[in-house]
Ligand binder design. Structure first.
Ligand SMILES: Cc1cc2nc3c(=O)[nH]c(=O)nc-3n(C[C@H](O)[C@H](O)[C@H](O)COP(=O)(O)OP(=O)(O)OC[C@H]3O[C@@H](n4cnc5c(N)ncnc54)[C@H](O)[C@@H]3O)c2cc1C
Length: 415
């Protein structure tokens, strides 16, 4: 029997499972609560596009959790094509992800497999949609309860951190489809097409339940021309709408999507949510404290594809903090400190994401500068693993200008 502290994790998503498997590996008794069974997840709808950059992939590899290396159709490169005011591609650039590719493994593949490994390694997995009663009961029977329920309602137990919330309302309407038959070259890429003032299109490879495929994701500014998914419900309508959008906003790619088909009828999603930061510690009616993690406490818009990466980083930080704490009690001050360590890192992903949503002129210049400077293009790709490296350029026009000037003949050259 383990003498290490017992940990309950509510929410078996990306963050909860990385932490749960990591804790089992270190000899803890771990209880994991999921509102869905592995079969329900595998046979349910897609919930994300879950691209991981090299930094987060390295953490999963270090924890022995990357079971899909070699199977996943990885994105070697980042490609950005910005649409000009006339609707044509104004400029484009492409650069490799270093030190290795980025990759997306459908949660319908990843999560059920990780759940099966968790069980096989001795973890206790319960299927219930946890309410207050279950949280209280777990808090009474475990040394520590961590909640990783993402956008789930139960997360409202955690107070909003108004000082850290930039928005009260959604900033993009999001839709995605997973498809077969997208025409791609030999080297795969995450292809991003920003349409200033309208939204963004994304194409990238994914390993899904039917095998290697591609995904198309659309982010539309609320109320704008890409916020056009209301009333789309049948899978065939999702596909038609996706093709219509590509024909209209990226006509040079029309031929590439002309023959695509959905990988399966559940490979569709649409919706929107406000980016939200919550305080990390909730107090239950009994007075017991529980700690929140990943999306539950720091929920960003997916425009920059940082959320799953943050989930992995958060799990690693919490894992190391639990391990270093030995058998001392997990009190509120430890919980706050543990989250603070995460916030030190994730605040940069949040700031990077929120500024990208706004798309100010200096950020547009930084994107355009990558088309004349391979070093700046590489900086864009590399900083996705470590968003702190986007700063101070991303939030300071003068720093952006100096950075561009250092790498190109003149700022004017990129305007
Ligand atoms: C359309 C879209 C595209 C995205 N694309 C990317 C991308 O390309 N790259 C990237 O890095 N990030 C992306 N993200 C974000 C990424 O998916 C999330 O940040 C990540 O999944 C967060 O992990 P998590 O474990 O915190 O939450 P989740 O993965 O959402 O897991 C939470 C789990 O808790 C369960 N749960 C909820 N309530 C309860 C309850 N009461 N009891 C028990 N279980 C419960 C849920 O069912 C779920 O399984 C995208 C998000 C969206 C919406």
């Amino acid at each position: 029997m383990s003498t290490k502290p017992s940990i309950a994790i509510i929410g078996a998503g990306h963050a909860g499972l990385v932490l749960a498997l990591g804790l089992l590996d270190k000899g803890h008794q771990v209880t994991l609560v999921s509102d869905r069974t592995p079969a329900q997840i595998a046979m349910g709808r897609i919930t994300s596009t879950q691209l991981l950059y090299p930094g987060a992939r390295a953490i999963e590899r270090e924890l022995g959790l990357d079971f899909w290396d070699g199977l996943v159709p990885a994105a070697d490169d980042l490609e950005v094509t910005v649409v000009g005011p006339d609707g044509d591609a104004a400029f484009s650039w492409r650069t490799p992800y270093l030190p290795g590719p980025a990759a997306s493994v459908d949660y319908r593949v990843r999560i059920p497999y990780w759940m099966s490994i968790f069980r096989r390694r001795g973890g206790k997995l319960y299927h219930v949609s946890a309410g207050l009663e279950e949280v209280e009961s777990l808090a009474a029977s475990h040394d520590l309860v961590i909640m990783s329920t993402g956008k789930g309602e139960i997360g409202k137990l955690f107070e909003k951190d108004k000082a850290r919330c930039t928005y009260d309302t959604p900033q993009r309407y999001i839709a995605a489809v997973y498809v077969d038959g997208l025409k791609v070259g030999d080297r795969l890429a995450t292809e991003i097409t920003p349409i200033p003032g309208v939204g963004e299109l994304f194409f990238f490879p994914v390993l899904t339940i039917t095998g290697p495929a591609s995904l198309l994701m659309f982010e539309g500014r609320i109320g704008g021309a890409l916020d056009c998914w209301d009333g789309i419900d049948a899978p065939a309508d999702y596909l038609n709408q996706a093709k219509t959008i590509v024909d209209k906003f990226a006509p040079w790619a029309s031929d590439r999507v002309a023959d695509v088909t959905l990988t399966d009828d559940n490979a569709v999603l649409r919706g929107c949510y406000p980016p939200t930061v919550r305080k990390p510690v909730a107090t239950l009616p009994s007075g017991r404290k529980v700690l929140g993690m990943a999306d539950l406490v720091v929920l960003n818009d997916p425009i920059t594809g940082e959320g799953a990466n943050n989930a992995v980083k958060c799990a690693k930080i919490y894992l190391d903090a639990i391990d270093a704490h030995g058998d001392q009690p997990f009190d509120e001050s430890w919980m706050q400190q543990t989250f603070d360590t995460y916030w030190e890192d994730v605040q940069w992903a949040t700031a990077y994401t929120n500024i990208t949503l706004e798309g100010p002129q200096h950020v547009r210049d930084l994107v355009r500068a990558a088309s004349v400077s391979p070093e700046i293009a590489q900086w864009h790709a590399d900083s996705r693993s470590t968003p702190k490296d986007f700063f101070p350029m991303w939030n300071d026009p003068a720093q952006a200008e100096a950075f561009i000037a250092r790498h190109t003949a003149a700022v004017a050259a990129v305007r």
